[in-house]
Design a protein around this ligand. Structure first.
Ligand code: FES
Ligand code: MG
Length: 568
């Protein structure tokens, strides 16, 4: 097999000259022939001044390079786009597929025998894994690692579950402006990803479970020296994989590996976004995520990880308790241990190496779970023919069966304008409905599903209401919130038919979400809907590609032409 610089040579009839040219140019960087004749490990650079979560990427890159060279191969760092949650207008999800395309094409375009992708902020690991799966080169993933926790007045703070909680206190008048400013400086005390079980942590745990990263790599805090050593080792492993040619993502991502990932997603109380990303990753293989099977796993798999927002600890505590290897050990026969990993062996080896930590309470045993059922349930009903999701582990138990009057917001903007209006006709028993916030509608399915409780209700001490939308929600949020209603309203899904005053019934036990309006009336309303058309924002460029080809949540919100044919 052709390796190193000779890979992907476009010869136009004279391969000798093509290689000669290639070497002539790269030698401008000062490389020797000895360096250029070795197998190459590409390393993505997603450092950006806009991405504090990736603040340690330069140090990790140095460590990976060291590892690659210690193993006798040649590291080549190349840039791809970087996506940080706070600086991704209109939404980070809108950019995920762009990053996946960028990463995939640069892996293909440049000669490399293996690749190390370093990412972490919510959409980056999914994008990089989607790319790696499609390029199918031996790949080691390195999550940048979670932030360490913050402290305020004797309380532990975490981004960004406590961002919302503290802001809620401020909105309710419980803390003043001076205090909220102090909190603002303490919520994200180091580089790294949000240290609660948000999307970043969820995807890092899923990556480790899929065998795409080294054991413990999901949980080692970003600023720890152990993270740097893990990066060095990842570099070494990538160099070995560059020589042997495997394992490739296609060898690791088996149906059993995807099942393991879904078990872990439920057991960690993971982010609902994790399901969309896992679906997108699977759709780039010949395998699929089946929502009904995922829901069934939710009934069988207990939540074992006591992390915010479902529980009380943070990622560093999960790490010191034994991390994902210990979790998989506790999950026992729910995990298929024959799956291979980039560490060289199987999950059986990973689990065998799990550390015993006396007295730890972040990872529970199966006979003493946080909740006997998993974190998420898939709902269906006349409001969500292709499904919706609820993270019931982070919901109010008394609202899991609830019928209430709909209070409809037409869009994120409409909600922003009206939700705190003292004249808004709303009570705590109502169901807040947000629409036009799906993949096409918003665009990019913003994390707007965590509709704020109207201020006048908040002031009465009510902290939760049933809220439903076609949007996503940050994995760091808490509440009785139905998300990803599919099809979305912008493509004529039934959510578009709801009117303020209609009754909506949520029944999580029965896995139902229904609009209690008779069929005849719904048909009339459906007929009266405006015909879908291309909105102004989608007239040109990436926005156009996005609008024309984005799939719904149940298909992972990837572009329809990126999907690989399934085996079903
Ligand atoms: Fe980057 Fe939370 S903002 S992981
Ligand atoms: Mg997030």
């Amino acid at each position: 097999m052709t390796k190193g610089l000779k890979k992907g040579l476009t010869s136009y009839g004279d391969p000798g000259f093509s290689l000669f040219l290639r070497k002539a140019f790269i030698k401008a960087m000062g490389y020797s022939d000895d360096a250029l004749e070795r197998p190459i490990v590409g390393i993505t650079n997603t450092y950006s001044d806009y991405n504090p979560c990736h603040g340690n990427v330069p140090q990790l890159i140095e460590a990976v390079k060291r590892g690659v060279m210690l193993a006798g191969a040649m590291p080549m760092v190349f840039p791809t786009i970087s996506i940080a949650e706070s600086f991704s207008f209109p939404t980070s999800m809108y950019l995920r597929n762009l990053m996946a395309m960028d990463t995939e094409e640069m892996i293909r375009a440049q000669p490399m025998d293996a690749v190390v992708v370093i990412g972490g902020c919510d959409k980056t690991l999914p994008a990089q894994i989607m790319a790696a799966v499609s390029a199918d080169l031996p790949t080691v993933v390195i999550p940048v690692g979670p932030m360490v926790v913050g402290h305020h007045k004797g309380e532990v703070l975490g981004a960004c579950t406590d961002c919302r909680r503290m802001w809620g206190k401020f909105r309710a008048g419980e803390i003043d402006e001076v205090e909220i400013e102090a909190v603002n400086g303490r919520l994200a005390p180091s580089v790294g990803t949000c240290m609660v079980m948000g999307t970043a942590s969820t995807m890092a745990c899923i990556t480790e479970t899929l065998g795409l990263s080294l054991p413990m790599s999901a949980t080692i805090p970003a600023p720890h020296s152990e993270r740097v050593r893990s990066a060095e080792l990842s570099g070494k492993r990538a160099a070995e994989m560059a020589v042997t040619g495997g394992p490739r993502p296609s060898e690791l991502l088996t149906p059993a590996a995807f099942r393991n990932a879904q078990v872990v997603l439920q057991a960690i109380g993971g982010s609902t976004n994790g399901l969309i990303h896992l679906t997108a990753i699977a759709n780039r293989t010949e395998h699929r995520i089946d929502l009904a099977a995922f829901d069934q796993l939710g009934r069988d798999v207990p939540v074992l990880i006591d992390l915010k927002p479902s529980g009380s600890h943070y990622m560093e505590h999960f790490h010191h308790a034994g991390g994902v290897p210990k979790l998989m050990k506790q999950l026992g026969d729910l995990i298929d241990l024959d799956q291979k990993t980039v560490a060289g062996g199987t999950l059986r080896d990973v689990v065998a190496s799990a550390e015993e930590v006396p007295g730890q309470d972040a990872i529970r045993p199966r006979d003493n779970p946080i909740t006997p059922e998993g974190a998420m349930a898939v709902l269906h009903g006349n409001l969500a023919p292709r499904g919706a999701i609820i993270k019931h582990s982070a919901a109010s138990p008394k609202l899991l069966q609830h019928t209430g009057r709909a209070v409809v917001f037409e869009s994120v903007e409409d909600m922003t304008l009206r939700v705190d209006d003292p004249a808004l006709d709303v009570t705590a028993d109502d169901v807040l409905v947000l629409r036009n916030a799906g993949p096409k509608g918003a665009p990019g399915m913003p994390e707007a599903g965590y509709l704020p409780i109207p201020q006048k209700i908040l002031r009465t001490g009510v902290k939760d209401m049933v809220r439903i939308s076609d949007a996503r929600m940050s994995g760091t949020a808490f509440g009785t919130i139905v998300l990803h209603i599919t099809p979305e309203s912008a493509v004529g899904g039934p959510l578009a038919l709801v009117q303020t005053g209609d009754m909506i019934r949520l029944d999580v036990q029965k896995r139902r979400i229904d609009l209690l309006v008779d069929e005849v009336e719904l048909t009339l309303r459906q007929r009266a809907l405006p015909k879908p058309s291309t909105p102004e924002w989608a007239a040109r460029g990436y926005a156009h590609l996005f609008h024309e080809t984005i799939t719904q949540a149940d298909e992972g919100c990837d572009f329809d032409f990126m999907r690989r044919d399934g085996k079903e």
